[in-house]
Design a protein around this ligand. Structure first.
Ligand code: 0WD
Ligand code: CA
Length: 397
């Protein structure tokens, strides 16, 4: 059963598999100590092809172009090639980490010492959820957590039921999520500084960047530091402003949002800005272009936001949030995971998987999975917990 959250980590009195550790709900009323966050720098980039094959190229990289006026986002919906929902596996990111290691070993990149002391490896989406938890009052989340050679690995836990639920998204919801990808198509081109030129056969609306295939993604892997914790974070990047030479300066995030028609809409948007902010901030993406749309999916205006200026914009507003609260919470949360897992006796530490659960309004619990829980995570695949065996072999080898 649940107990009230404590102010510091506490060990459950019951022994064995049922032990649960808790971290109190992130405070948002107090001011937080400023935990510094280092400007992220790119380790490498990679692409997923239409066949969903990961390659270490920039084949999926897109360039920003201004979208046409009043773009219709529902265009092409029937032709959307939708990637099936999948568990939030770290495989692609881990492949990239090994690739970077091999470049370091070959002398082609520096940072051998740095690589030996990584606190956390995860997707940017996971880190966004963690950091924005102090202001999350609706959606809970669950993570699978492992500590291997002093590094925490975090993946989002998606139960099989949840996966099925996501796959059979409500038609309306599905359309709204398509609007986002459609906007990306209108805003990007595979050639720098020019619009997509389409082959004969089908006449597309002006400025259409090509039909949507969500298998295709361009991802960046960055290194950064939260306080004393070195983080390796991977995430999808929508496009770049200028030719990409490795710097995050040119990265652009694209978003759609409902047109703001009153104070209520405005407050809602300011709340959303918290997620936009951290999602981009974590990868060092300096610019967010928002397409404001009608309920039917027509773009009315676009607005570019400088990521670092967003916190200032919301200060003093009804739905104000303070990023330092999030950074302080994130730092403490990661510390909590690491110290709890590191203090375990061997039996629980080796190949064991932990589950962290965040419930809005109550806090975080952390407990080891039992054998059937680990089996579910391994999904009958060649894994050590949720990590692919090839990765763990390489680490230990
Ligand atoms: O836990 C996660 N964040 C997951 C990530 C769960 C499942 C898969 N992934 C994959 C992503 O698809 C991507 O390959 O990991 C990689 C990196 O993801 P991320 O950058 O950490 O993901 P996030 O920041 O949550 O989302 C970035 C973009 C989204 O853009 P918007 O503007 O809507 O936030 O990735 C796309 C989406 O365009 N995206 C997805 N596309 C298709 N299916 C999905 C999905 N389930 N999740 C994110
Ligand atoms: Ca986006």
């Amino acid at each position: 059963g649940r107990r009230p959250a404590l102010d510091h980590l506490a060990e459950d009195s019951t022994a064995g598999e049922s032990q649960t550790y808790e971290l109190s709900y992130p405070p948002k009323s107090k001011t937080a100590a400023a935990v510094p966050f280092q400007q992220p720098s790119t380790l490498l980039t990679f692409s997923y092809t239409p066949e969903r094959v990961l390659e270490f190229t920039d084949s999926a990289l897109r360039y920003y172009v201004d979208p046409p006026l009043r773009a219709e986002l529902k265009y092409g919906y029937e032709r959307w090639i939708k990637r099936p929902e999948e568990k939030g596996r770290l495989d692609g990111l881990l492949k990239a980490v090994l690739k970077y290691r091999s470049r370091v070993d070959a002398g082609g990149a520096d940072g051998a010492a740095w690589l030996r002391d990584i606190a956390v490896v995860s997707w940017r989406g996971v880190m966004t959820k963690i950091l924005t938890a102090p202001y999350e009052d609706r959606d809970g989340w669950e993570l699978n957590v492992m500590l291997v050679d002093g590094t925490l690995y975090l993946e989002e836990h998606t139960s099989n039921e949840k996966l099925v639920e996501k796959e059979y998204m409500e038609p309306r919801h599905r359309l709204f999520s398509y609007f986002g990808y459609s906007f990306e198509s209108y805003c990007t081109s595979s050639h720098p500084d020019r619009r997509e030129v389409h082959a004969e056969g089908r006449s597309h609306p002006f400025g259409w960047g090509g039909d949507v295939d969500t298998n295709v993604q361009w991802c960046a892997v960055v290194k950064t530091k939260l306080g004393d914790q070195r983080l390796v974070i991977g995430g999808e990047v929508d496009c770049v402003r200028e030719r990409f030479k490795g710097s995050t300066d040119t990265l652009v995030e694209l978003k759609t949002s409902m047109t703001i028609r009153g104070p209520q809409d405005e407050a809602k948007f300011e709340k959303k800005l918290l997620k936009f902010y951290f999602q981009s901030f974590l990868l060092g993406v300096p610019e967010i272009v928002v397409g404001f749309r009608t309920p039917q999916g027509q773009i009315s205006t676009t607005q570019s936001f400088k990521t670092i200026q967003i916190p200032r914009m919301v200060r003093g507003k009804p739905h104000a949030w303070d990023p330092s609260i999030c950074l302080d919470w994130g730092h403490r949360f990661l510390q909590f995971l690491k110290s709890t897992l590191a203090s375990q006796t061997n039996a629980l530490r080796e190949r064991s998987v932990w589950r962290a659960r965040f419930s809005p309004g109550s806090g975080v619990t952390l407990s080891p999975l039992d054998d059937s829980g680990v089996a579910e995570v391994e999904a009958g695949e060649d894994r050590v917990g949720f990590l692919p065996k090839w990765y763990v072999d390489e680490l230990k080898g």
